[in-house]
Unconditional design. Structure first.
Length: 461
């Protein structure tokens, strides 16, 4: 028994690994069982049976010994694995602690960013509110541009309020022409969207403000930009045909599509020049001919060329009118001729003129042709434009269905109700009650059996 007690005492120590403690307990149980078998063998009178018990004891002890030997052999490795696992657990615990500290720091930084964001958002919200409040304020300048009393005198120009252009500033010619071109291009896309969304089209004036709103956003900036455009039109219309045309379109005195006529005229003048040069320079390539045309367009052009352009594009009556205007321009330029910055004598001037011949700057030639074309077209539309403006009491360049019917009636159009419905289906298919001046002209120009726009009267062809 002392042996058993010693084994148990050793096994119960705290530093003993669990595996060795379990082996010790098993060893104690084996000792106790062996003692019990010895005691039983001594008390059994039958010797063979006693020998059997001893044999069982021997076998049992051998099994226990081998099992304990295996446990004791693996115990150090298991103990080492346990220490390694404990170290890993400790390392993971430290890593978790570090991560918790980093997460806490990150949360602190996030809270700081959120506070900064909220402060910035509040600042921007306050600024937006201030800008919205500014937009809500009634602007006298905008009212002057947008509305003209119905009883206002005819000579009031609703398109050019001085208040819309601080310090009487106007847009430079180059910038103005670029802006006009961009407005033209963007309006084509905008009109397509209106059709796709079943909305009414805008007049060029209305779209100009839509365009400026997309660019600037704030009414005061829109008004200032519009004022710059309008003052630019006032200043440059006399010297530039494209600007003059845009001004006419804004005032609903010319249809929007006439800008395409301008483009066709410019292209036709270049083509005629090229054909003329090709006859004279038959060996020249297309590239060389194009270069020669460009050089002429950037400088002076002789009478043999400008007269060929006029004769090719117009009938005899109009050719004579244009030739007269061209020669008047040449004479005007001659009277102001100088050699550099120095004035010349009459004799010197006569000599210079004899060498120059009837040459004119191509830009001046093109302006004379475009101005003539615009004036002719405007004269053709004069009666229709006057009638349209009489019916357009709001002076918006837009008619409702009732006003559109009145326009047809006052033009004495021989059209049935079915015809009128067909007209309305073309200009206002979704009954938006907004039919523009340009839409009316496009429609009436395409139904010549019913309408003669120039005379303002209808009739059968």
């Amino acid at each position: 028994m002392p042996k058993v007690a010693a084994i148990l005492k050793e096994a119960m120590q705290e530093e003993v690994p669990v595996q060795l403690r379990t082996a010790a307990i098993l060893k104690v149980k084996g000792e106790l069982l062996g003692m019990a078998l010895d005691k039983a063998a001594e008390e059994i009178p039958d010797k063979p049976n006693a020998e059997v018990l001893k044999s069982i004891k021997t076998s049992y002890e051998q099994v226990i010994k081998e099992f304990l030997s295996n446990i004791e052999y693996r115990a150090p490795q298991v103990q080492e694995d346990a220490k390694r696992s404990e170290a890993e657990i400790q390392g993971l615990t430290q890593a978790v602690q570090i991560l918790e500290e980093e997460l806490k720091a990150a949360n602190g930084r996030l809270e700081a960013v959120q506070r900064a964001f909220e402060d910035e958002r509040k600042t921007l919200t306050d600024r937006i509110a201030a800008l919205e409040e500014e937009n809500k304020k009634p602007l006298r300048k905008y009212e002057i541009i947008s509305r003209v009393p119905q009883d206002a005198p005819r000579d009031i120009k609703r398109h050019a309020p001085a208040a819309a252009c601080p310090n009487n500033k106007c847009m430079p010619l180059g910038q103005l022409k670029d802006t006009i071109f961009d407005i033209y291009q963007q309006k084509i896309k905008y009109d397509e969207k209106c059709v796709a969304n079943h909305q009414s089209k805008e007049t060029m004036e209305q779209y100009m403000y839509t365009y400026l709103n997309q660019v600037y956003g704030l009414k005061n900036l829109i008004i200032e930009a519009a004022g710059g455009i309008i003052q630019g039109i006032k200043k440059h219309s006399v010297s530039d045909s494209d600007v003059a045309l845009f001004g006419k379109i804004l005032k609903n005195e010319c249809d929007e599509d006439f800008r395409f006529v301008f483009a066709e005229i410019k292209a036709a003048m270049g083509s005629i020049l090229k054909e003329k040069l090709k006859v004279k320079h038959k060996s020249k390539t297309e590239t060389e001919l194009n270069k020669m045309v460009k050089e002429l367009q950037q400088g002076e052009i002789a009478e043999k060329y400008w007269s060929a352009v006029i004769a090719k594009m117009y009938n005899e009556e109009h050719s004579l009118v244009l030739s007269k205007r061209i020669k008047e321009k040449i004479e005007e330029d001659r009277k102001s001729a100088r050699v550099g910055n120095k004035k010349v004598t009459r004799e010197e001037l006569s000599l210079i003129q004899s060498k120059q011949g009837n040459k004119i700057q191509y830009s001046d030639l093109q302006k004379i042709v475009l101005d003539f074309q615009l004036a002719t077209h405007e004269s053709y539309l004069k009666k229709f434009t006057a009638l349209f403006k009489q019916i357009d009491a709001r002076r918006e360049g837009v008619l409702k269905e009732e006003e559109f019917r009145e326009l047809i009636s006052r033009m004495q159009v021989q059209a049935t109700e079915k015809d009128v419905q067909r007209f309305l289906q073309r200009v206002d298919p979704y009954n938006n009650q907004k039919i523009t001046y340009s839409q009316c002209l496009a429609l009436f120009s395409s139904v010549t059996p019913y309408i003669n726009i120039g005379n303002g009267k209808g009739g059968n062809s």
